[in-house]
Structure formats: C-alpha cells, structure tokens
Design a protein around this ligand. Sequence first.
Ligand SMILES: O=C(CO)COP(=O)(O)O
Length: 126
Amino acid sequence: MADRKCVALIAHDQKKDDLAIFAKANEAVFAQWKIVATGTTGGRVLDVCPGLDVTRLKSGPLGGDQQIGAMIATGDVQLLIFFVDPLTAMPHDVDVKALMRLAIVYDIPMALNRATAEQLIDFNHN
Ligand SMILES: O=C(CO)COP(=O)(O)O
C-alpha cells in the first residue's frame, strides 16, 4: 500500500477555533492522512477528533514551524494548511516566513486561509 499523504496543520491563536471546526468538518478526509501539527494546534485538533493520527511537534514560537519546514525539505510533508492570523504581531514571524518559503521552494500545496484549505481538501481527497 502506498504511504499515506502527510499534511501539516497549523493555526495561530486567533484562528485555532476556526481550524478545530475545519478539522471536525473534514474529519473523514483527515482520517486517511497522517497529520503533523505544531504543539497547541495539534492538541486542539485531537480535542475535537481524538481518533486522528496526529503527531504533535513543538509549539510554533518554540520551533514547531521550523520542524515542519524541515519535514517539507525532506519530503515528509506533502501539504500545508496554516490558518494565519494577519492582524497580530508574532515574536516568531521569521519562522513563519521561513516555513512559507520552504513550502514555495519545494512547491507543495499551501493553504493560508480557510477558503483555500476547503479547495485543497476537495482536490486532494480520494
Ligand atoms: O505559532 C504557531 C504557528 O506559527 C502555532 O503554534 P501552536 O500550534 O503551538 O500554537
């Protein structure tokens, strides 16, 4: 059997409720995939979907975005869904930018808001 696709899920604090709702609404699709997530986001996803295969990495400000960037570089993450808060300054803004840069360098699908994430889910599930 082919390896399951691995999707990275991340949400900034003001977007975590939205991501939890999104994860629940698409639980059947996510159940077919491996999931990696930054620490707090992963916890929120598991709160609403405890059966999903979620690997929690470090929290974003403590290196979680960089861990996911490294997994993109090694080919271990094939899809990035990142609900970004565009209205709040982040201490780890450079890490966020570096993550997005690697998603572009390695040309993986990257959704930065819910509308795009919905389309990625529709397009990628099988
Ligand atoms: O800060 C983040 C992304 O930049 C997300 O990290 P948490 O999921 O740990 O809150």
